[in-house]
Design a protein around this ligand. Structure first.
Ligand code: SF4
Length: 291
């Protein structure tokens, strides 16, 4: 008998839920609504909102628009986006997650502080929308490092103020802190701020336990989601029989025949309805007397 379970802790974080609710609320008023970048790193959810009328644009397209409404997603944006909006009479529907907003303010405040010889370092993924928004608070001056091995990018003749992208791992952040701590001289100041979002970090131990408790795991996530890649890697560490799938078309049904317990889980960008679809595809495949 196969037992299939959806992880109750997987799915959208509150930042993403709020952004999607805002989009749906605006769309229900019937006005044209643009979204700067994918509202969430999940194609299926982006497609669903597209059918409701949401038009996804990139930054080049944004700069060409005038007199329209544009939604900013949970990742946040650098100050120049708001300047462009002011110039082009664009009404901003700001769905920047409050956690990201707080971090942006924290970095801006430190950057504007009159201390000289300071350097702001962000532990994060180069080019990620949230990181671009954070670097934007420092006029593009912050140094981005993706892992402890990249600390040579940092100027150790300056005081160092370290922050983290909200979705990075606590473990990786600890490694960066340790590596900088070993290299910095006593005459320099080193301050680090653990700005990792607990919506993500707290999921990890629970997700690991969930993955370990099942014979077979389907981790549902868009391929562009950095949170998805990261959480999937955690599943694989505890259960080698874990598979990353974007939707039901990617299920290998041969695997299902052999599994006693099947777990379905996902990232902070994975819609609950998509995990329900996977559940349904599996139960439809299995003979009813085996579930
Ligand atoms: S992961 Fe955390 S910081 Fe990022 S959008 Fe979700 S709630 Fe906000």
């Amino acid at each position: 008998m196969a037992e299939i379970t959806i992880d109750k802790d997987s799915g959208f974080c509150f930042g993403v839920v709020t952004a999607i609710n805002k989009a749906e609320e605006e769309l229900s008023k019937g006005a044209t609504l643009y979204c700067l970048g994918d509202i969430v790193h999940n194609n299926r959810e982006v497609e669903r909102l597209k059918t409701m009328g949401l038009i996804t644009i990139n930054h080049d397209e944004f700069r060409q628009l005038h007199d329209v409404k544009v939604l900013l997603r949970a990742h946040g944006e650098p100050p120049e986006t708001y300047e462009t909006a002011r110039r082009n009479n664009i009404e901003i529907i700001d769905a920047t997650c409050p956690v990201v907003l707080r971090l942006q303010k924290q970095i801006k405040l430190k950057y504007q502080h009159p201390d000289t010889d300071k350097q702001i370092v962000i532990y994060g993924q180069n080019g990620h929308a949230e990181v671009l928004g954070l670097v934007g608070q420092t006029n593009g001056e912050a140094v981005v490092i993706e892992k402890a091995e990249e600390i040579e990018k940092i100027d150790f003749d300056k005081d160092i103020y370290l922050y983290s992208q909200t979705t990075k791992s606590l473990e990786g952040f600890g490694e960066v802190v340790a590596a900088i701590g070993q290299q910095i001289s006593n005459s320099r100041h080193f301050e680090y701020h653990d700005t990792i979002c607990r919506q993500v970090a707290n999921r990890m131990p629970r997700l690991r336990a969930f993955a370990a408790a099942h014979d077979l795991v389907f981790f549902v996530s868009g391929k562009k989601s950095s949170n998805g890649k990261f959480l999937f890697a955690e599943c694989q560490k505890v259960n080698a029989n874990s598979y990353l799938i974007a939707d039901a078309d990617e299920i290998d049904f041969e695997l299902i025949r052999k599994a006693g317990t099947i777990g379905i889980c996902g990232a902070t960008s994975t819609p609950k309805w998509l995990m329900d679809e996977i559940y349904k595809a599996i139960t439809d495949f299995l003979p009813t007397d085996t579930i």
